[in-house]
Design a protein around this ligand. Structure first.
Ligand code: DON
Length: 591
């Protein structure tokens, strides 16, 4: 996958071109300015780590240089993210991890998603017949699912680890004790949430000043409690998290929340089991794109969108042009309509994955796109195997993190990891933040006609996700790219945009990540990224019937692409890595 001068010119023109700065915001979404720090493609010959924070990347690179595997590095990165990017992911949350074995050429999916407690009920987020306001459902104990990260990592480490488990915790333990400078993004996120964080004592004590404003950007932040927790898990293994003092502290924080207590028990924690899931794959222009199956809706929707786009000559359309934005947004609408209706945890509800990805079905769906007129509010299709379902109503706001890694043996990891909303449930125990993943369930268990929602809360169930860690394979079965992003429901759009950039527009990884974000879900609104809108685009979309919103669209995509063998043009290295300019990430490897 190489950048052509023409493609580069188009993108540069796109990024530099006249931008409109009309401020409009979709209902209920606060504005999170993402900022923009230009990044350049990084090259390496031996190995590479791309993650959302430079200190986490450093931890991964250190482990690779000590002889660790990609999976070892992923554990070190996750422990460091718990410390330095606490708003996004951590050991109090869940993750999906795809592991590619370079020798055996096999891709495996690990599901470390949180589970609902045994005492969860379908109506737990309803009050007087109405769903709770999102942040009221989020804050406190009720939204906390049994964390899955540690157990999933232990399971994957037993299979793919090279260095001892305890060694992988060392970088994060050391930095937690020594302290690190509070980053600009963490500072900004604290600013947005300060009012809510203020009333939650543990988290406020750690990140806010006594007057409830965020601690200063650049101030030294230590976390000795987290260091002690990580030491305990390093020594005692995953069981030291799921039983004993750490588990007791989690259960106590959840159940004793003063206004919104939750239902987690010690038995829920002791009974947590990660799952190995067979990745799902689909074709795109002669390549094969693979990712996690449901309960994530991410890859199903990515594959549906690409399967629809395959019926159009996207390569001919200029990136960010009116036709490209119209077409791709319409394809999203069709995929999101199905996602909203059909995807839930397959261990609890039947999910018609085969029908949703059927080539004939996607062809028929693609025929619903009119290049002159938006379909507005999309309607779900009738894929083979579908059951009557109500529509899901779960929202999501910025947090989450994506990590892409390749090691010297060609083993690769794509992991998207999350505590769900920014700062999760706002509950902090033993130096880490607890997730609010249960609000990824539909807050309403049925629709107005009483039809059950596939993604309703049920005991032991895993909430539907949008996370889409993704691998791209060529026709010979070699890895071409590994990508993924945070962004809640929009993750699907960020992954598709990057893949279309790489595959159709032949961009290099950084240029593909840099492409302006845009998209649509299940309404008539098409969002375009503030600061990137080419003149005429907004009016052109409106003329085709889109309701246009110019908003901050905060992706956080990290990717690594195979760049050809050492010495070949552009000749800068075997692996090319990119990180999203909208967040703090970097890519780094050994040349
Ligand atoms: O699993 C999911 O899809 C969500 N909990 C992810 C949340 C997220 O990415 C927030 N946004 N940046």
């Amino acid at each position: 996958m190489r950048i052509t001068p023409l493609a580069l010119a188009v993108v540069l023109a796109t990024l530099a071109g006249p931008a409109t700065h009309v401020s409009a915001q979709t209902a209920s979404q606060p504005e999170f300015p993402s900022g923009w720090t230009p990044k350049t493609t990084q090259y390496a010959n031996r190995d590479m780590v791309a993650a959302a924070n430079p200190l986490a990347v450093e931890a991964g690179v250190t482990i690779l240089r000590r002889g660790g595997s990609a999976l070892d590095a992923a554990i070190a990165v996750q422990m460091m993210l718990t410390l330095v990017e606490p708003q996004s992911s951590g050991i109090g949350g869940g993750a999906f991890l795809l592991h590619y074995d370079g020798k055996g050429r096999k891709l495996v999916g690990y599901d470390g998603r949180e589970t609902a407690p045994a005492a969860a009920t379908p109506d737990q987020f309803m009050k007087l017949g109405k769903p709770l306001a999102f942040m009221d459902a989020v804050t406190g104990g009720l939204s906390v699912g049994t964390p899955g990260v540690i157990s999933m990592m232990a399971m994957a480490h037993a299979k793919h680890g090279k260095l001892p488990w305890a060694a992988l915790f060392q970088p994060a333990i050391e930095l937690a004790e020594k302290g690190f400078p509070l980053s600009p993004r963490l500072h900004t996120m604290l600013g947005f949430m300060a009012q809510r964080l203020c009333t939650e004592k543990a988290v406020a004590a750690h990140y806010l000043k006594p007057d409830c404003t965020p601690k200063d950007q650049g101030s030294l932040l230590k976390n000795p409690e987290l260091a002690a927790t990580l030491r305990t898990i390093a020594k005692g293994g995953a069981q030291a998290f799921y039983r004993g003092p750490i588990a007791e502290a989690i259960v106590n924080a959840v159940r004793s929340h003063p206004t919104n207590p939750g239902r987690l028990t010690l038995e829920d924690l002791a009974g947590y089991t990660p799952k190995v899931r067979e990745p799902i794959c689909g074709p795109y222009r002669g390549l094969r794109i693979c990712g996690m199956p449901p309960e994530s809706s991410g890859t199903v929707a990515v594959l549906q969108t690409l399967g629809i786009l395959e019926h159009f000559d996207v390569a001919k359309l200029a990136p960010s042009s009116l036709d490209a934005v119209h077409l791709i947004s319409e394809a999203y609408r069709l995929a999101y309509a199905d996602r909203q209706k059909f995807i839930g945890d397959p261990d609890f509800v039947s999910v018609p994955v085969t029908g949703l990805l059927d080539a004939g079905y996607l062809k028929q769906r693609s025929s619903l796109i009119n290049m002159e007129r938006s379909m507005g509010v999309p309607v779900a299709g009738a894929p083979a195997g579908a059951e009557p379902r109500g529509l899901d109503d779960s929202p999501s706001l910025p947090s989450t993190s994506h990590v892409s890694i390749v090691d010297r043996d060609g083993n690769m990891v794509a992991m998207t990891t999350t505590i769900e909303n920014g700062f999760g449930s706002l509950q902090m125990v033993k130096g880490f933040i607890l997730n609010n993943q249960l609000t990824d369930f539909s807050l309403s268990p049925t629709d107005a006609e009483g039809r059950p929602v596939a993604n309703r809360v049920e005991p032991g169930k895993r909430p539907r996700s949008s996370m889409a860690p993704s691998f791209v394979f060529n026709a010979s079965g070699d890895v071409e790219a590994v990508v993924g992003s945070p962004g809640g429901g929009n993750i699907i759009q960020y992954v598709v945009k990057t893949l279309v950039g790489l595959v159709d527009w032949k961009l290099d990884i950084q240029a593909a990540i840099d492409l302006p974000n845009f998209g649509a879900q299940t309404s008539a609104t098409t969002e375009v990224e503030k600061g990137t809108v080419l003149s005429g685009l907004q009016a052109g979309l409106a003329a085709r019937g889109h309701t246009v919103a110019v908003v901050d669209i905060n992706s956080g995509l990290q990717g690594i692409v195979f760049n050809g063998k050492r010495g070949k043009a552009p000749g800068k290295g075997k692996w090319a890595g990119g990180a999203d300019p909208r967040r703090e990430g970097t890519a780094k490897g050994t040349r």
